[in-house]
Structures are given as structure tokens and as C-alpha cells.
Design a protein around this ligand. Sequence first.
Ligand SMILES: Nc1ncnc2c1ncn2[C@@H]1O[C@H](COP(=O)(O)OP(=O)(O)O)[C@@H](O)[C@H]1O
Ligand SMILES: Cc1ncc(C[n+]2csc(CCOP(=O)(O)OP(=O)(O)O)c2C)c(N)n1
Ligand SMILES: [Mg+2]
Ligand SMILES: [Mg+2]
Ligand SMILES: [Mg+2]
Length: 333
Amino acid sequence: MRDEFQLIRELLRHRPRPGNEVEVDVGDDAAVICPRSGMSLVVTCDTMMETVHFLPCTMAASDIGWKGMAANISDIAAMGGNPIGAVISLAAPEEWSDGQLAEVYRGLGEAAQRFGVSILGGDTVRSPKHLVLTITLLGEVEKGKALLRSSARPGDIVFVTGDLGSSAAGLHLLQREDAEEWQGCFSSLVQAHQRPIPRVDAGRLLLASGLVPACDDISDGLAQEASEIAEASGVRLVLEGERIPLAPDMRAYAWECGIDPLNWALSGGEDFQLLGTGSRDTWEALRERATACGIDLIPVGWVEAGTPGVDYVENGKRKPLTQKGYNHFAANG
Ligand SMILES: Nc1ncnc2c1ncn2[C@@H]1O[C@H](COP(=O)(O)OP(=O)(O)O)[C@@H](O)[C@H]1O
Ligand SMILES: Cc1ncc(C[n+]2csc(CCOP(=O)(O)OP(=O)(O)O)c2C)c(N)n1
Ligand SMILES: [Mg+2]
Ligand SMILES: [Mg+2]
Ligand SMILES: [Mg+2]
């Protein structure tokens, strides 16, 4: 029989050392943190749910922890912030052994360590069926400077920070009956799905440049995130299909499967790159500054005045984008 308090001690045993902002650490009724002066708190929350976000064939226990943390860090990155500390809710079924749960926390701790996140506390309950991992992440951002979805302006360039669709391709591969035969050749896709890297580096650079009006992270696919910026800013985004960056491995795997790789980029989700807009006048300066820091900003379209929404240009023809992103309550969810 599992002991709740023994399990909590086990899960927290190897957590990263708390950062300087932590006034009261895990172990009391609540944690106390103090952001640096001149900084505002940024708060976000995301859940990883067995069957919805992962299956035994798609993710090892440690990957679940990494990805749960990475998905939250990505939302802080999209605001231009720095992550500070996490509060973690774990609902665990009896079928998951203490060892497996410790593995979830090992992966979670690896991501926390890499991105400077303190584990501030959490809650542990029994789940009658599936594993559910919910993380609330706190971060800090310079007061009044957070990057918003609502600041895109007509004339802006639309850009992304890296390849799209690889995570969806990795998920497709991992769910094949003959997945093992494919994993060796396309390990980068599996890696993109299981161990995404949130773009805190890019978010911080975009904020520091002062040249980026709007930003969003790509959790639900480019189509959905572009429409979020369009709606929030009251503008029309125009995406150019040919410019959307696709990893060579992703193209090759899609070709093997007879699938259009752009569908994975537009609708697949979980890439956790950033989507942003920047003024045309300062675009070259911004791009050079990013390149100097090893960050690619890839132009994928532009912003126009018009009915809020997204248009798509393919083979020189422009039309409203029909692809939808990931939606938990739709057919693709
Ligand atoms: N159940 C909820 N209660 C309150 N706010 C929510 C809930 N679900 C989502 N939100 C808020 O709605 C907005 C959109 O959520 P979501 O699409 O999940 O964002 P993201 O893709 O960045 O994680 C966010 O501001 C989020 O905090
Ligand atoms: C087994 C399995 N099926 C489907 C998916 C694909 N999937 C699940 S949730 C999701 C979108 C991102 O998750 P969400 O909870 O919407 O995160 P948020 O947008 O709130 O950051 C995707 C693409 C998956 N990762 N695993
Ligand atoms: Mg969310
Ligand atoms: Mg987001
Ligand atoms: Mg979503």
C-alpha cells in the first residue's frame, strides 16, 4: 500500500536547489517568493493528462515530467519572461509504481534545473484511472514590458523561431505498430515530441530588443496561434506556405507516409516555438541581433488591416486558412 507522505518525500528528494527568489521553500503550508525589484510576476498553468497528452507507447515517465514542465515554461517564454518556480499537482493511479512516479519527477527536475525553475510545492492525490500532472508556473518579466498577443499591427512581419510539425510527425511515428523500425532513422522527430525545448532564449531576446509587438507560443499549431494573435490584435495575418520552416527529417518522414507536411506544421501542435510579429522598418536589425545570439527568426508572412483572421498563400493563390489547430473538444482532440 502506498504512503502519501513517503511518496512526496521520494518525489522531492532530488529536486533542484531553490533559487534566491524563494523565501519559504517547499514543506510549509505554502511557499513564499519574492520577484526582483522592477519585475512583475507572470503566472501560467498547463496539464498533462494520460490518453490526451501521452500514452505508454509515446512517452516514458521521465518524458512526461520534462514535457509538462517544458509546456509551462513555453508560456512564460511567450510573454518574454523568465521562469522562477513551479507548483505541481500530481494525481496518480495505483497502477503507477512509486518508481515510475519518481521517474516523472526526474524528467520534471531535469527541465526545472535546465531553465532555473525552483519546485515550490504541490499536491498529491489518488486518481481512480489516469495520471494527471498539472503545473502552475511562476515567472518574472520587466514591469510593463510583457509580450502580448494583442499588439500586432498592419505592416508587421510575421515570424517563427524554428521548425514546425516535427512533434506531430514524432507522435505519428510513435503510434505506428512498427514504430521500432522507424525510430532509429527519425529519432529527431521522436525527440521533438518527447523532449521539446521551450524558447526562453528567444522570448528574452525579443523582449530585450524592444522591437517585437506581439508573441505567442505554438502549442496548438501555427494555424491556431496565428488566429489567436489576429483575434487579439484585431488584424488579418497572412501566412505563406512556402516559407514555413520544416525540418528535412520531417519532410522525409511525411513523404514516406504520403502526408502533406504542412498539415502537421499548421495543425499538429506541441512544437513550442514562438510566433511573433515585428515592424517591417526594424525587421533587419531585429533579425541580425537574433542571429548574433544564435536565434533564427524565420519570416512566414505579414500583418494587414482587415477582418480578424488568417489568410494562407499557396502556389501564388491567397485564401482564408481552412486548417484548424488542436482543439480539445473537436474531432482532432
Ligand atoms: N479553465 C480555465 N479557467 C480560467 N482560465 C482559463 C482556463 N482555461 C484556459 N484559461 C485561460 O485562457 C487563455 C487561453 O488558454 P490556452 O489556450 O490554454 O493558452 P495556452 O495555449 O497559451 O496554454 C489563457 O489565458 C488561460 O489562462
Ligand atoms: C496520445 C496523444 N494524442 C494526441 C496528442 C496531441 N496533443 C495532445 S494535447 C495537444 C495540444 C497541446 O496541449 P494543450 O493541452 O492544448 O496545451 P496548451 O495549448 O494549453 O498549452 C496535442 C497536439 C498527444 N500529445 N498524445
Ligand atoms: Mg493552456
Ligand atoms: Mg501559450
Ligand atoms: Mg491548447
